[in-house]
Design a protein around this ligand. Structure first.
Ligand code: DOR
Ligand code: ZN
Ligand code: ZN
Length: 430
């Protein structure tokens, strides 16, 4: 909780104002505010002020995968990307399927202190899909788990999914599904289509996603539960989501930056940096993702930030692990794919990166309006900034970015967590 005066910031890209922050809360907004004695000043220089971003889907790899990322390096990447809260997926070693593990992750987040780290609990023991984990114990633990997922794997058994949704309804938490019918994707290496055929890679059919989403929407309707669909990748899934939402099902959905921008046309090089699950699909799919995000059928952008150390990625395609970095490039990809073509304005960017993610997960102090009385969680964005992505320079321990060498628009000038500056001009603030 800190005191801060931000001068010349443009909330949602509107007119410039000054904001005075006391004890982490905005107490005054107006022009030419005086800096009280001893208050730190952040000159926003006309940059765009947004609520701090909230990522519903991050892999921080701690415990057990620290060669790829840990809570400290992942939190730094998040803060540098404009995030003030992230949800850490449970496919760690051990899997976060007990109160002990989720409390450890939460505590590590608090010790690092750069973003709020919310652990996601596993739906099933070891995420093995066989026996339900103790959702209630994790929800009531110090970690206050609000979201459960077996991400990396699908909760495939319909009976377990049904039970999990019933528990979720009673506990007022969300089940986030990695929608992949593995009976249809066994051995899959790429989107099932002409590119995979040409390259001789086993195909991951889009129907493996669509069918699970359809099934889960029916189960969520019956249970009256909140279902969140991870990383939507197929245009066909959009129709299912639209119908379910129209019928009043409590379903939300995310798209990743890479499924907004990249297609399977990148696969010709056989560079495993482009291997991800679900796979990069076609130009028709990326177009459908952008339109669905603009329309609100897809609610949010979530990164699926998936760091992998070089030994897991610098190998032949079949052996490489799926996943790509996302935290420090998400804003730029959203600006490039959504803001520049006019599909979203800055208010819309705040909606998909901050407001809706906080609502979906039930975070009361994130994704809030920029207004007096509200917590000072901000991303300050230079809309005219341009940068060249270099994996080696990103804060993550791993460097598996699919955007290597690309020039992207928009830079994060500063990130503010409860009135404390966590990053400034691309540097983490101690
Ligand atoms: O590409 C992916 N990587 N998809 C997943 O579902 C899991 C993730 C990971 O943990 O690396
Ligand atoms: Zn997943
Ligand atoms: Zn994931």
């Amino acid at each position: 909780m800190s005191d801060l005066l931000i001068t010349g910031a443009r909330p949602y890209g509107g007119d410039a104002v000054d904001l005075l922050v006391r004890d982490g809360v905005v107490t005054e907004m107006g022009r030419d505010l005086d800096a009280p004695d001893g208050v730190e000043v952040l000159d926003a220089g006309g940059n765009v002020l947004l609520p701090g971003f909230v990522d519903l889907h991050t892999h921080l790899r701690e415990p057990g995968g620290e060669e790829s990322e840990d809570v400290a390096t992942g939190s730094a990447a998040a803060a540098l990307g404009g995030y003030t809260a992230v949800f850490a997926m449970p496919n760690t070693d051990p899997v976060a399927d007990t109160a002990v593990v989720v409390e450890h992750v939460r505590r590590r987040g608090e010790e690092v202190g750069l973003v709020d780290v919310h652990p996601v609990g596993a739906v099933t023991v070891g995420s093995e899909g066989v026996k339900m984990a103790e959702l209630g114990t994790m929800a009531r633990s110090r970690a206050r788990v609000k979201m459960f997922s077996d991400d990396g794997r699908c909760v495939h058994d319909p009976l377990i999914m049904r039970r999990a949704l019933e528990y979720a309804s009673a506990l007022d938490v969300v089940i986030a599904q990695h929608a992949e019918d593995h009976r249809l994707t066994g051995g899959a290496q790429a989107h099932e289509g002409v590119v995979a055929s040409r390259l001789g890679l086993a195909g991951w059919p889009a129907t493996a996603e669509e069918t699970i989403v359809a099934r889960d929407c029916a189960l969520a309707r019956e249970a009256g539960a909140a279902l969140h669909v991870c990383h939507v990748s197929s245009a066909h899934t959009i129709g299912v989501l639209r119908a379910a939402k129209a019928a009043g099902v409590r379903v939300s959905a995310e798209v990743t930056p890479h499924h907004l921008l990249l297609t399977d046309a990148t696969l010709g090089s056989y560079d495993p940096v482009n291997k991800v699950n679900p796979p990069l699909r076609t130009g028709a799919d990326t177009k459908a993702m952008r339109e669905a995000l603009a329309e609100g059928v897809i609610d949010v952008v979530a990164t699926d930030h998936a760091p992998h150390a070089a030994q897991y990625k610098d190998t032949e395609w079949e052996a490489a692990r799926p996943g790509m970095l996302g935290l420090q490039t998400a804003l730029s990809v959203v600006v490039h794919t959504m803001l520049e073509p006019g599909l979203l304005d800055w208010r819309g960017v705040a909606r998909v990166l901050s407001e809706r993610p906080a609502e979906i997960a039930g975070l009361p102090d994130q994704g809030r309006p920029i207004a007096v009385g509200e917590p000072a969680n901000f991303a300050l964005v230079d809309p005219d900034g341009v940068w060249t992505v270099r994996g080696a320079k990103l804060a993550s321990r791993a460097s598996n970015t699919p955007y290597e060498g690309m020039r992207l628009p928009a830079t994060v000038a500063a990130t503010v967590l409860r009135g404390r500056i966590t990053t400034r001009q691309g540097e983490v603030q101690a």
